[in-house]
Design a protein around this ligand. Structure first.
Ligand SMILES: Nc1ncnc2c1ncn2[C@@H]1O[C@H](COP(=O)(O)OP(=O)(O)OP(=O)(O)O)[C@@H](O)[C@H]1O
Ligand SMILES: [Mg+2]
Length: 344
């Protein structure tokens, strides 16, 4: 059985709109799982259910074999860093971080050792004596993170914990989060809008769409093998080709023949491919070919990106900078079968 599980969770804030719709998620002990999806899809709501801030209308949340669905927030003892989860304004940074340990009645010397260690990790050593209102947004965010990590919780919930940090500090902090999380084996749910951050830090990624999880997989699989058009578009695929199953292969609407290595879908489906995976056809090649006219060209540094207008729609194609094609010229594109992905 999974260490943490959400089973068939329904949440409605008001009667009109259901925000989570039978959501299922299973996380193994020690894993870091990210929720990724467009604004409003229900990521924060999912974390609120896990944290205990809201009780779902239906469904069960369990951790380590225990049903916690009706257990209040303060009895769950999770580490939480939410977008708007404030620090205690009347306590110094040191005391904010020490708070959870004092509540656990830990010895003073042990508290001091743990707090100093985590302040160092979060690059806050010099700020121990300050109060939250004397700190910048990014510094406060790090205090919130230190406060959540120091208690070595059974579950760590992070909702955009790095959003106020500059790019360099963000990368340092995400590596720190991953390191501490692995070192202490803390099972973690992480929400971020930054896809690179999400893919780099996660053991698994749950891509959410309108209150359900569309795909739950490793970052590599999500990136290389999106299963639905929604997931593919969300992670940046822009080239889509409508295909119909035809014998062992597929045909486009205008009858061009395509073969696809992976996946097998009946009826009508979508093929998708990244711009850098499209080649220019060699003479004599007849399968997986789209003919089109070269449109706008954009310089990307190592390559040019071309818009190519084909009878199956517009395709973006990246070609090395040494190889150029003039606007208005005809071009035959080859979509290698190993790189063409079928989505539903
Ligand atoms: N307290 C509330 N009362 C009513 N509706 C709410 C409440 N909180 C959130 N919602 C609605 O529920 C939906 C999901 O919200 P949620 O905060 O979970 O989204 P999210 O995925 O975290 O988005 P973002 O990426 O913008 O943070 C949204 O349509 C939102 O407007
Ligand atoms: Mg949110």
């Amino acid at each position: 059985m999974a260490y943490m599980s959400l089973k068939d969770i329904d949440v409605c804030y008001d009667k009109k709109k259901q925000v989570l719709k039978g959501l299922d998620l299973e996380v193994q002990e020690g894993e870091l799982v990210s929720l990724l999806g467009p604004s409003g899809c229900g990521k924060t709501t999912t974390l609120r259910v896990v944290a205990g801030f809201i009780e779902p209308q239906n469904g069960v949340f369990s951790l380590d074999g225990e049903d916690l669905t009706k257990v209040p927030v303060h009895k769950r003892n999770f580490g939480i860093v939410f977008q708007s989860y404030a620090l205690f304004p009347h306590l110094s940074v040191y005391d904010n971080v020490a708070f959870g340990l004092k509540m656990r009645k830990m010895q003073k010397a042990e508290i001091d050792q743990k707090v100093k260690r985590i302040l160092e990790v979060c690059d806050l050593t010099e700020f121990g004596g300050r109060f939250p209102q004397q700190m910048s947004g990014g510094q406060r965010q790090r205090v919130a993170l230190a406060r959540a990590l120091v208690i070595e919780p059974k579950l760590l919930l992070l909702d955009e914990p790095l959003s106020n940090l500059d790019a360099k500090l963000r990368i340092n902090m995400r590596m720190e989060i991953k390191r501490i999380q692995k070192q202490l084996g803390i099972t973690t749910l992480f929400v971020t809008h930054d896809q690179e951050e999400c893919f780099s830090i996660s053991d698994k990624v749950a891509v959410m769409n309108q209150g359900v999880i569309e795909q739950f997989d490793t970052p590599e699989n999500i990136y290389q093998k999106p299963e639905t058009e929604f997931v593919a578009r969300f992670i940046g695929f822009e080239n889509f080709l409508s295909l119909r199953k035809d014998g062992h292969g597929y045909k486009t609407e205008s009858g061009a023949a395509f073969a696809v290595d992976t996946g097998n879908r009946e009826g009508v489906c979508m093929g998708t491919i990244r711009p850098e995976d499209i080649r220019v056809a060699e003479e004599g090649q007849t399968q997986n070919i789209l003919e089109g006219t070269v449109g706008v060209r954009t310089f990307l540094g190592k390559s040019y990106q071309y818009e190519v207008l084909t009878d199956a729609g517009k395709f973006l194609v990246n070609r090395p900078a040494e190889e150029t094609y003039e606007e208005g010229s005809r071009i035959r594109l080859y979509l290698p079968e190993q790189k063409l992905i079928l989505v539903s």
